[in-house]
Design a protein around this ligand. Structure first.
Ligand code: ARG
Length: 372
């Protein structure tokens, strides 16, 4: 498309840029139009080097809640986000954008790394009930007065939300906002009794959406799961649920030697169980073979449009059966571009339950300026 065509469709950008400059001179920041926000959120997805699911970047639905900064309202709108994204299992890609950082005021912050996460309760013996990844946030929520859940390995954490000026507060997620899938297996009837489950919607909640120099620190967004994220990582990693030895034993595999490939075999059955269970429950899920092919379709499409696609090989190649997927057999280059979803170091600290350092601390990160 030539510049002439762009101008015909969208008008001359010079006018908009002049208006933005004037607004920045006046207020220190500027407000995106709805179209800019929608386009920015979609292109931020398109620019995500680590995401294999970008073929659908253009279908992202955007809820504009820039009017919301109060923690309780963020919690309510986040529960609505989950309901609207879940739709009984017909999951759709959705982002809700809350108030941005401005020079006058930081926007709200969701401490949880995802809207739905399972608690990790550290025991006295160093063991953890639940998801070890969330031990810090679980302790922080308890420190804020959350009484804790029933103590199962899959207790849904409350949201911990901070709005400008006020400290963080916790808010329980309403049950009807959280869809979960119980894991069964296509051949082993006993599998169900293991009591394994996972939540249907992965909704990243602590990445900043950065568009045109403006940072939206609370902009939860979700797609749908690729089975391996659950079956080969969340439930299998040794620093997460670490279930391979447990599953292998129940499958009657020889765990006395690595060379029986008991880990590999347990991984495959766990991943079959995830895909089978999501399918049976009518919950959208993709598999790594399909998604690898789609990613290459995406790449081809973008390249034909003259847009280079950045990608991080180590994130794109699935954690099981890499070489059986086409993405393994080529290289990619990362490309850092904005708009983008970015991890701020303080946000990573918050997700570990560590409050940001006090502003008087000389080592503290600079206060948000509104423009990044
Ligand atoms: N890997 C993360 C998890 O297992 C989710 C990341 C986003 N995934 C996605 N399919 N949109 O919870």
């Amino acid at each position: 498309m030539t510049l002439h065509h762009i101008e015909e469709r969208l008008g001359n950008p010079a006018r908009r840029i002049a208006a933005v400059r004037a607004e920045i001179a006046d207020t220190g920041t500027y407000r995106h139009t709805t179209r800019e926000l929608v386009f920015g959120a979609r292109v931020a997805w398109r620019n995500a080097n680590r995401c294999i699911g970008r073929l659908y970047w253009h279908s992202l639905s955007v809820r504009d809640r820039r009017d919301v900064r109060d923690a309780e309202e963020v919690a309510e709108a986040s529960a609505d986000h989950l309901r609207e994204a879940t739709r009984d299992g017909r999951i759709r890609a959705l982002i809700t954008v809350f108030a941005p950082d401005t020079p006058q005021r930081p926007g709200p912050r969701i401490w949880n790394e995802q809207l739905i996460r399972y608690a990790g309760y550290a025991g006295p013996d160093g063991g953890v009930t639940g998801d070890p990844r969330n031990v810090g946030l679980t302790a922080a929520a308890r420190g804020l007065g959350w009484p804790g859940g029933p103590g199962t390995p899959f207790d849904v954490l409350p949201l911990v939300i901070e709005d400008a000026g006020a400290g963080p507060r916790w808010f329980a997620l309403p049950e009807d906002a959280v869809l979960e899938v119980e894991l069964t297996h296509p051949e082993h009837p006993w599998w169900h009794a293991l009591g394994l489950r996972w939540h249907a919607v992965p909704a990243l909640a602590n990445m900043c959406l950065e568009i045109g120099g403006v940072c939206y620190p609370a902009a939860p967004f979700n797609g749908w799961y690729m089975g391996t994220e659950i079956g080969a990582r969340n439930l299998a990693d040794t620093d997460r649920y670490d279930l391979l030895p447990f599953i292998a034993e129940r499958l009657g595999l020889d765990t006395s030697t690595d060379r029986s490939l008991w880990k590999d075999r347990a991984l495959v059955e766990l991943n079959r169980s995830v895909l089978h269970s999501f399918d049976r429950a009518g919950v959208t899920v993709t598999d790594h073979h399909t998604e690898s092919r789609r990613f290459l379709t995406h790449l081809g499409r973008e390249e034909r449009k003259g847009r280079p696609v950045g990608a991080d090989w180590s994130w794109i190649v699935p954690p099981i059966s890499g070489s059986a997927t086409p993405v393994f057999h080529r290289t990619f280059e990362t490309v850092e571009r904005t708009p983008a979803y970015v991890h701020h170091p303080e946000a990573l600290d918050r997700a570990r339950g560590v409050a940001p350092r006090c502003p008087a601390d000389p080592a503290a990160p600079p206060r948000p300026s509104g423009l990044v």
